[in-house]
Write a protein that binds this ligand. Structure first.
Ligand SMILES: CC(C)(COP(=O)(O)OP(=O)(O)OC[C@H]1O[C@@H](n2cnc3c(N)ncnc32)[C@H](O)[C@@H]1OP(=O)(O)O)[C@@H](O)C(=O)NCCC(=O)NCCS
Length: 163
């Protein structure tokens, strides 16, 4: 397994993996599948410190993680929001762990002091991964979003990278 920075050539694989996460209704409140122009815009918004990395196995992209802007205010420049998505057939096999190990190093090298994320409490693999990697539950927003006509709770988690 190779973990490396994403290039534009990886974008269609990233798009497929992200859309699987949307279809599976366990990862995000997004319900509309993302098209090429959305993904291109997303890729170009990830500049400088806001890195995207991919996991590559036998020349196939099986997962990605990204550091996303958390808030445009200067006071929050040390806080990154995290996304991580693994392709269906590669979930539960340690790929997320490898991506988080690497993205954490990258975040520290780019002077982030904290990573935050928002996840569904019922995302068992996500909970397993984040808690194993030392993320702390900040709290649960009750009925925070509507997914397919139903309210869903959203959990905020955080990891301090340096004190
Ligand atoms: C959530 C996700 C990123 C986790 O990545 P992953 O590669 O599947 O996770 P890993 O295999 O590295 O597992 C991490 C830990 O979860 C735990 N775990 C594994 N299988 C589990 C299961 N069936 N139930 C609960 N916890 C489990 C284990 O502690 C595991 O670590 P260990 O194997 O060293 O003990 C991935 O499953 C995924 O992309 N899911 C769909 C999209 C998504 O939900 N993204 C997150 C949005 S917040």
């Amino acid at each position: 397994m190779k973990i490396r920075e994403a290039t534009i050539e990886d974008l269609s694989s990233i798009q497929s993996i992200y859309n699987q996460g949307i279809e599976d209704r366990i990862a995000t409140l997004e319900t509309a599948l993302k098209d090429d122009s959305y993904m291109l815009n997303w890729f170009h918004q990830h500049q400088d410190r806001y890195k995207i990395i991919v996991a590559e196995l036998d020349e196939e992209i099986v997962g990605f993680a990204s550091l996303n802007p958390y808030n445009a205010r200067d006071a929050y420049k040390g806080v990154a929001d995290l996304s991580v998505y693994i392709s269906r057939q590669a979930r539960g096999k340690g790929v997320g762990t490898l991506l988080l190990d690497e993205i954490e190093k990258i975040a520290i090298n780019h002077h982030f002091h904290k990573i935050v994320l928002f996840t569904f409490p019922f995302n068992e693999l996500g909970q397993g991964l984040y808690r194993k990697k030392g993320f702390r539950e900040v709290g649960v927003f009750k009925n925070q979003g509507i997914l397919d006509g139903q309210y869903v709770d959203v959990m905020a988690m955080e990891k301090l990278l340096r004190s």
